[in-house]
Unconditional design. Sequence first.
Length: 348
Amino acid sequence: MVAKSDVGIVLMNLGSPDSTAVPDVKRYLIEFLMDKRVIDYPWLFRKILIEGIIVPKRAEQSAKAYASIWWEEGSPLVALTKQLQMAVQNDMEIPVEIAMRYGNPSPEVAFNNLLKQNPDLKEVVLLPLYPHYAMSSYETAVEYAQEIYRKKKYKFKLSTVPPFYDEPEYINALSESMRPYLQQEYDYVLFSYHGLPERHMRKADPTGAHCMKVADCCHVKSAASPFCYRHQITVTTELVAEQLGLPREKWGISFQSRLGREEWLKPYTAGLLETLPAEGKKKLLIVCPAFVSDCLETLEEIAVEGKHSFLSSGGETFTMIPCLNIHPMWVKAVVKYCTEIIAKEQVV
């Protein structure tokens, strides 16, 4: 049991609409898509595009999609994040709160809840629940929390857990969460990651000369690596495949959740699900390691739409491997990452 009376922890996830009602979904989509790190067009153009075109077209459809996966206790992503909070809290005497990048609860609510428990709070450890660095996920979560922290002039120190895409505890947890599913007959394991515009990759490259410019760039060490999403998901996948002993011809990487018409990271998951059966890969296992909590993108986009597409294209079996959620090894990893930051700050 880990204890330190003057420290608090915030687990920060993506977020979700407050309900499946269209107005709530509209509000959520606008907040999400107006984030300059998600759609990085100039503000006025972004506002016209999102509030005038995208959201009016997508809100009702998205509301139906959310309704199809909604739980009795609400959003699966929020419910699972709360379950993770409770599981981590069971291993720590340090208070643990949750926050969302979009929607509720906000980081301000989480910070204030920690202060209510201890007005003399000296440090808060923020753990963004994103294994990989991307401008539109990890970076925006950290920047948003820090912005609130500065505006409210909190007196405690705010420390952040870095991306953990290659950390042994995360790799072990992900591998062991997948292992039971490998006992069944399968032809192929597809690692489906959330996609990003190729433009984002080049924009995030601090060297301006590496990402998507150097041959086999994801396997070439560079100053861009700490900020390169494609490099990091490649590392995660290869480490997991090695740990599970997957033959190279039996696994692959793809990218889902594309928005708009510009070029995104390839190959696209949607396209592969239609072509894999014709290649003889008819018994499919699919996992989504960019997400640590099951959500709309896993429960509806992959487990429902993706399954239908694959089976309609000649596939025989389609098995969606759940996200880490509250897997015991993942809970232990979260505790370790937070306590390591606390210990480091104590030494400093």
